[in-house]
Ligand binder design. Structure first.
Ligand code: C2E
Ligand code: MG
Ligand code: MG
Length: 764
């Protein structure tokens, strides 16, 4: 190689190096200018007519830069969006990395006519183009034109052009990828800013590395979130839940490990909370994110609706207290915890006394006001963790989930009572409110919430029976009683239907002579399962179950049928409860039964207890008056236990005053009892009534009664209640026994004592 050409080569290389060094550090904005400059300097240096750059996009060529020697016309406008087919012959060598040179455009063969037709109008005589290749991709080409004369480009010139093409290529490609990257980044930023999703990247140390712009919408600046621990922004209750889910994510990154998060609350800028729902993806080792990506969206509205629905389902709209469903749920939970933590559970079941009077008398609006106030007061005095629920109607339940001892419960009950003390103001009136309370306290492994509620309810009913404002604590005996009562309620109606209620008769005697003057019919029920059931028990139940009328019919019929066989002076006494007495069919029933058995009214005595009369003196007295008008005798039973007022007693249409056996018991030795019995007998005499002593068991008692001037007596001393046949066998009572024919049998003490009251005869 000749030395001058070597020198030329070196100079040329230095020249190109000078041009290209600028490309190393150029930024995207300066690149176009630099390309123009480089093309111009090299073109000038090599004395070509045009130097230019085409970029390839979608198989089409775009002339982006052009330098022209002076006097040479620019062709850049013609060369936009040129199909590569026009220069089809170039493409293959260019893709291979080879230059393409055309020494004489006019000499191009006919097969390249289109190419020629494109080049000739630009005045091109010769040209040289070299490829811009990036990873095998033809991204463009750089070239020279010779316009004024034909020209053969030397290898040296080709080399220079290639060098320039290479630096331009890498700069252009870099700019392209920069632009792409920037676009991608801007897109991402926009996405995360305008996305409604809340995105976080959290690193292995639980610090937030990135927060999307969306956080600003809930008042959290994304910049402030960065570098803080995620936990500090999540509700403490929810942190636990999230940790429980995230902990199983293995130390080692698992590709595409995505865990759905439970709904969780995040702090808002104004100190409130919003509910989010979303997922967490493990992207710790992808070299880009390098952390956990949390992607969540706001579900506060949905939660609000859900909460609202849940609240409505579990709360009483009137008082705002928990309802039965909530109480049941909490009680079940308390019972489970009682087994686990050995804490006792208590229930106070409250029922407002006579609330129906308020409701019926003053209207439901007033009733509602009272309920709201009661609920408010109860809730105001319980302990913080106790639940007060409205169980239904006028019933409230306080649930004590754990307490130290019975005293603590006692104090609470006292507070509940006191809370109701001040009258309730409603609609301009003041109402005195009391409540009956049933208390159940329980501890142990297998507490039964349903049974607890039932027992509390039972105890509450007991409290009601004891009078208003009472408190009853449930215990096992109460449960036994309740079970017995339940089966009574179940079995009694059938017993009545099947005429299995029987009558026992107890003689009533002249206390001086011991002569039998009558017999009291006492109802008896012997049940195969329950044994002997006392009339005090089953008569109340017959009233509750609506079988009382049927029962009255049977008792009257049995008693009067027996009397029909007895001597004329023997009277039969029948007990009637208040409800039996005031039931409309009674008078007609008495008349028709007497008539059916041909027994005169005067031989029937109806006994009514003093205590039942006191409940409702008006109606009962009226019926007694009518009975008397029919000729029936009347007796006031159990006198002395019912607190009759003397003035009332004077008014009562009653023939016989039966002195309760409680006073007879001590009449022979207790001075006070004796004086009391004296007084009652005097009273009876003053009011024109006959005194009858009940429960006479001892001759001493009988003597004391004779001394006191008592007329009639009844008791085990003269005869126990026995079946009618036994009675008839024992004493001269039957019509055929006739006084004149044979002496009246005395009441035989030994015989009557030997007969048990459990034996009985059928009423029918
Ligand atoms: P009562 O009318 O005062 O009946 C007297 C009760 O005292 C009877 O109890 C009788 O067995 C018992 N008695 C009689 N003499 C003595 C005695 O010397 N010592 C003792 N310790 N007790 C004696 P019973 O049969 O259990 O009846 C209880 C109550 O049930 C009756 O009290 C009455 O109020 C009511 N009763 C009974 N039968 C009927 C009925 O058919 N209808 C209604 N409504 N009540 C009835
Ligand atoms: Mg009686
Ligand atoms: Mg009595």
């Amino acid at each position: 190689m000749p030395s001058d050409s070597l020198a030329r080569i070196h100079a040329g290389q230095d020249f190109v190096r000078g041009i290209t060094s600028g490309f190393l550090h150029v930024d995207s904005d300066g690149l176009d200018e630099l390309i123009d400059d480089a093309l111009g300097r090299l073109g000038d240096h090599l004395a070509v007519d045009r130097a230019y750059l085409f970029l390839v996009e979608d198989e089409r060529l775009f002339n982006t830069h052009e330098w022209c020697a002076s006097g040479v016309a620019p062709e850049i406008d013609r060369n936009q969006d040129v199909s590569m087919d026009l220069v089809a012959a170039w493409i293959e060598p260019l893709r291979r990395g080879d230059p393409v040179a055309i020494d004489d455009v006019l000499a191009l063969p006919p097969s390249r006519a289109a190419e020629r037709a494109h080049l000739v109008p630009q005045g091109i005589r010769s040209l040289l183009v070299v490829p811009m290749l990036s990873f095998g991709d033809l991204v463009g080409l750089v070239g020279f034109d010779a316009v004024r004369t034909e020209r053969r480009f030397s290898r040296f010139e080709v080399g220079l052009l290639r060098s320039l093409a290479d630096v331009i290529t890498s700069a252009v490609v870099r700019r392209r990828s920069d632009a792409k990257a920037e676009l991608a980044e801007r897109r991402l930023a926009a996405l995360t800013r305008y996305a409604t999703d809340y995105i976080l990247i959290v690193d292995d140390d639980d610090l937030i590395r990135f927060a999307s712009g969306s956080w600003a919408s809930i008042g959290r600046s994304p910049a402030d979130l960065v570098d803080t621990p995620w936990r500090s922004h999540v509700h403490p209750d929810d942190v636990v839940e999230i940790e429980r889910l995230v902990e199983p994510i293995p130390e080692e990154w698992v590709a595409e490990h995505v865990v759905r998060l439970p709904d969780f609350r995040v702090r808002t800028g104004d100190g409130g909370w919003r509910w989010l729902s979303g997922s967490i993806s493990d992207v710790r080792h992808d070299g880009v994110v390098d952390g956990f990506v949390v992607n969540a969206h706001d579900v506060t509205d949905r939660r609000d609706v859900q909460d609202q629905l849940a609240h409505e389902a579990l709360h009483d709209p009137l008082t705002g207290l928990g309802n039965r469903a909530l109480l049941t749920e909490q009680l079940e939970r308390a019972c489970r915890r009682a087994g686990r933590d050995r804490t006792p559970v208590g229930i106070v079941f409250l029922d407002i006394d006579r609330f129906k009077l308020v409701n019926d008398g003053h209207g439901h609006a007033v009733g509602d006001e009272v309920l709201v106030e009661v609920g408010r007061r109860l809730a105001g005095v319980v302990r913080t963790d106790d639940v007060v629920a409205r169980f239904g109607g006028d019933e409230f339940v306080v649930l004590l989930d754990g307490f130290a001892d019975a005293d603590e419960v006692g104090r609470l009950v006292a507070r509940l009572e006191r809370a109701l003390d001040p009258p309730v103001d409603a609609a301009g009136n003041r109402y005195r409110v009391t409540a009956s309370m049933g208390v159940v306290l329980a501890a142990g492994d297998e507490l039964d919430p349903v049974a607890m509620l039932r027992d509390a309810d039972t105890a509450m009913y007991r409290a009601k029976e004891n009078g208003r404002g009472g408190v009853v604590v449930f215990d096992e005996t109460l449960r036994t009683k309740v079970l017995r009562r339940l089966s009574l309620v179940h079995r009694l109606p059938q017993a009545i239907e099947e005429n299995r209620i029987e009558l026992a008769f107890q003689p009533i005697v002249d206390v001086v002579s011991g002569d039998v003057l009558g017999a009291e019919a006492l109802a008896r029920w012997f049940d195969v399962e329950l044994g002997a059931v006392s009339p005090a028990e089953f008569i109340a139940i017959s009233e509750e179950t609506g079988h009382v009328v049927r029962m009255t019919e049977q008792v009257l019929d049995g008693a009067i049928a027996a009397a029909s066989r007895w001597a004329d002076h023997i009277r039969v006494a029948v007990n009637l409860s208040l409800s039996q007495l005031v039931a409309p069919p009674l008078l007609g029933l008495v008349e028709s039964t007497l008539a059916r058995h041909g027994v005169p009214a005067a031989r029937l005595c109806i006994e009514v207890t003093e205590s039942s009369l006191m409940h409702d003196p008006g109606d009962a007295a009226r019926v007694l008056g009518r009975l008397r008008a029919l000729g029936v005798h009347t007796a006031l039973d159990d006198f002395g236990t019912g607190y009759s007022s003397l003035s009332l007693l004077r008014e009562l249409p009653v023939d016989v005053l039966k002195i309760d056996r409680a006073f007879i018991r001590g009449v022979h030795h207790d001075e006070r009892d004796r004086r009391l019995v004296d007084a009652v007998i005097g009273l009876a005499r003053d009011f024109g009534m006959t005194a009858l002593a009940e429960g006479v068991e001892l001759p001493e008692q009988q003597r004391a009664l004779v001394d006191a001037g008592c007329t009639l007596a009844q008791g085990y001393l003269f005869g126990r209640p026995v079946p009618v046949r036994d009675l008839e066998a024992m004493v001269a009572i039957r019509a055929a026994d006739g006084q004149a024919d044979q002496p009246r049998k005395p009441a035989l003490r030994s015989q009557s004592a030997a007969t048990t009251s459990a034996s009985s005869s059928s009423m029918s």
